[in-house]
Structure formats: structure tokens, C-alpha cells
Design a protein around this ligand. Sequence first.
Ligand SMILES: Cc1cc2nc3c(=O)[nH]c(=O)nc-3n(C[C@H](O)[C@H](O)[C@H](O)COP(=O)(O)OP(=O)(O)OC[C@H]3O[C@@H](n4cnc5c(N)ncnc54)[C@H](O)[C@@H]3O)c2cc1C
Ligand code: SF4
Length: 501
Amino acid sequence: MPDPNGFLRYDRRLPARRPVPVRISDWREVYPPAGEELIREQATRCMDCGIPFCHDGCPLGNRIPDWNDLVRTGNWDAAVDSLHATNNFPEFTGRLCPAPCEAACVLGLGGQQPVTIKQVEVEIADAAVARDGLRPRPASVSTGRSVAVVGSGPAGLAAAQQLARAGHTVTVYERDDAIGGLLRYGIPDFKLEKQHIDKRLAQLTAEGVRFRTGVEVGVDVTAEQLRAEHDAVLLACGALQGRDTPETPGRPLRGVHQAMAHLVAANRVVAAAGDGKPAPATLPDGTPIDAAGKHVVIIGGGDTAADCLGVAHRQGAAGVHQLDLYPQPPGERDAERDPWPTWPWVLRNYPAHEEGGERVFAVAVQEFVDDGTGQVRAVRIAEVTVEKVDGRRIVTALPGSEREIPADLVLLAIGFEGTEEQPLLAQFGVTRNRRGAIDSRPDWQAADGVFVAGDMHRGASLIVWAIAEGRAAAAAIHTYLGGVGDLPAPVDPARQPLAAR
Ligand SMILES: Cc1cc2nc3c(=O)[nH]c(=O)nc-3n(C[C@H](O)[C@H](O)[C@H](O)COP(=O)(O)OP(=O)(O)OC[C@H]3O[C@@H](n4cnc5c(N)ncnc54)[C@H](O)[C@@H]3O)c2cc1C
Ligand code: SF4
């Protein structure tokens, strides 16, 4: 029986982040561990609601009130089991999820403070590692059926683990030189240290999952070869087609790059440095893309932009501006626009925003300005209004509002346009839809025996959705292969985030 007065006795509290001057001098995670006393206190705030709305916010169906109570009572082993019953990788979501469950928590009603669900989750996830080092759970019997998973992000890895534990032989194909998808080279270490991925991979390997890196399916191995070798294929290739702005004058200038080029280059040098000091980041052709000593302008307002901001400060940028097309969101939920328990449009201050830089809202770049040598020296911006007309976005510049911001390095973090156009698609007989995603039937098949999950199916989304889709697609593959019993399927392909109708 949970403590009925917990939320009256304790305010919401999170562990203090590491001080800014310390954390921007290294690449370690921003949050230190919470400590058992704090986390048990915070879990005590959960009311174990008759209708736990937190469940509706989470596509995984995490048993949040159950594990809150297990943590409150110090029953860590049971909490670990309860959390892993619905989530293969809580160490990723606990660190990285924007926590739609917290937006839906009943304690958040009327502007109050929701339970620190995500912090409780990460502490349970870390307890699992501390207790038994993520003990492998290999299948006791092999089905003799084999599955190829293409892409090793959270969707592919969740599906691989579910299928291997059900007794299927699973091979994950990844074109990069390391496993993890965006977790590996997209998301910086200060949000997710890569040791967490490596520990999980050791568990998957011990459970029988085979990994083949440096293999681009559609190029190094054909779809036909894969189909001949395996009984089913899961495509989980992400949504990595970065949106660009080719019509903006000056786009071809040196120093104007896609944000992902910057993040991947930075993550690679951090990975190569180990505990040593990372070298300056460069593109694969040797072009420098390091922010050290530079005036950096980041265009975009989401996760990717915030990650570029944190990276720029750690590389020693002279100054950073982050430009957003939209006006500054309100500090609190506008209940008329986004009633509880939906995900609200509010100003999100990531830890990277504490570290410096200036955010400029309601502006659009009119031109990348040449320094006379083909290198960008500034961006010319104008204040704008944005309207939606018949579903189309109309951006109008305010006359006379133009000004320049100095820029030696410009990073485009303006979103993604779905999965990349690549040879694999035609070989498997699938095509991108209007949003650049791959549609599936209700049983997750995009073509006979070819399943699809994660960002490749949904469009650029979140890790929690990738894991949920990976689990659900694994359940469909298990049924397709005639497996005994059912695997959990937390979502169907049409499921959407909680929204006001
Ligand atoms: C910079 C950035 C920061 C983010 N931060 C967060 C965050 O804090 N929280 C959050 O919840 N979400 C975040 N996201 C979103 C999240 O990372 C994605 O939603 C999630 O990784 C999608 O998982 P996935 O498995 O579908 O695809 P991905 O993680 O994109 O993995 C797809 C993999 O497929 C591989 N691949 C593609 N084609 C082939 C081929 N032909 N052969 C072999 N391999 C192939 C790719 O190399 C890649 O490794 C962020 C995204 C970005 C870009
Ligand atoms: S909605 Fe909040 S208070 Fe209620 S069960 Fe979920 S976490 Fe606990």
C-alpha cells in the first residue's frame, strides 16, 4: 500500500547537475547518480492512482506505479524485474526520454509537480547493472528459425533481444563501424556515456545475437542474399535524411553543415580518445568541423540543436546563437491548447542551455553571408511570423527587421525528412511515403516477410517509441515464424502519442 501522503510531505527534487564549468571541460554525463535516500523519497510521492495516466503517456506501457512502490520499500530486485518486463533498455530511456509519462502524471495537474518517473527509472536501471551486471537470459530451446535485423538503433536492438530470447537465431547488420544507431554516434556522451550501450551489447551477445558491423545492406549484401539466408527480415534503418535549405542564398559556403555531420564527427573523436583529450573533429574527408574558437550559429530548436549547443561549448566555441523559427513557447502548459495529460508545447530548457549561448526566437535565415573567399562569415536573419494555412507553413518576414549575426560555423538542425533513399528499399520492394517513412500493414510487414519498425516506420521520433515498435515488430515476426506463445506488443503500427482530439 503506497504512502497516501507522500506527495504532501515531499516536493519534487532531482539530483543537482554537475557544475557547468566542470562539466563543459569534459564529456561525462551531466547528472550524477541520485543516491538511494533521494530516490526512495521521490518514489514515495507516487499516489498509485486508480487510473494511472502516466501509463497513457508511455508507449511501452511501463508499470510505473508498481516500480515506484517497489523502490519506495527498497525492493530493488523486484523493481528491476518489473521495469524490464516492459522495457529492454531502461538505461537509455531513463537518461534520454523527454518523459511523456511525467507530462501525463496526475500530480502534474493544475501546474503541480509530477513524480520524477524518469529519475526513478534510471536509478532502477543502474541498480540492475550494479546487482548482476545485466545477467543474460538466453533461450532454453532454439526454434531453428533465423531473422535478419537491418539497423542497430534502439528499434533493431529491442527486436533482436526479444527474438533471441524467444529462441530465434538473430543477426544484426549495421553499416557503421559500431553498434547503437543514433545512440552511438548521434547523441553525445554528456547525455549518454557509451559504456551503457556496451554493457547491453555484452548481454545481447551472450544471449546469442550476432552482430555484423560495416555491412551496408543493399550494397555489401543484397536483399536477395539476406532473404535466402534468413526466414524473416526486420528493417530498422532510422530516419536519417536531414532536412536542408538549398534555396537559401549562400548555402554552398564552407562552414555551413548539417548538424549530424558535426555531432557524428565530435562523437567519433570522443570515442577514439577514450579518457584522453579528444582531438579536433573533422569530416571523413579531413575538413575541420570543430567549434573551437568559432562563432557558431545553430539553426533549429529541438534535441539535435541542443546537442550541437552542448558539443560546441565543450569544443570551446567563442560564442553560440541558437535560432528558432517559432516564437518563444510559454513557461507553463497552455491548457486551452494542450490540455493535461497531453504533451505540452512549453519552453524546454535542456542542460545544454544552462551552459551558455543565446536563443533567438521567431527568426529565419535570409542568407549565409560570404567572407569573400567562399567561407561563411555571418548569417543574415529577419524576424518572422509563422502561420499554418491548409496544413502548409507560411513564413512571413517583417520588413526592416533584418540583421547579421557573426558565424564561422553554421549547423542545420532543422529536422529530418524520413528514411534515406538507398538501394535497400527497391531491393526489398518498399517505397517511401509522402513523409519519407515506410508504411506497414497492421502486422508490421512492409512486404511479404519484410517487417519495419522504429524511425524508419514512424518518421523521426523518440527512443521510447523505437523500443516499443521494435518489441511489437518482434512479436509479429515471432507469430509469422510460427513461434510458440505470444511476445508482448505494446503498440500497433497506427498508434499515435496521446493528443487532444
Ligand atoms: C542528435 C539527436 C539527438 C536525439 N536525442 C534524443 C533524446 O534525447 N531522447 C530521445 O528519446 N530521442 C532522441 N533522438 C531520437 C532517437 O535517437 C531516435 O528516435 C532513435 O534512435 C530511433 O531509433 P531507430 O532504431 O529507429 O533508428 P536509428 O537509431 O537511427 O538507427 C538506425 C541504424 O540503421 C543503420 N542503417 C541504415 N541503413 C542501413 C543499411 N542499409 N544497412 C545497415 N545498416 C543501416 C544506421 O547506420 C543506423 O545505425 C535524437 C535524435 C538525434 C538525431
Ligand atoms: S500518474 Fe503519477 S502519481 Fe499516478 S500512478 Fe502514475 S506516477 Fe504515480
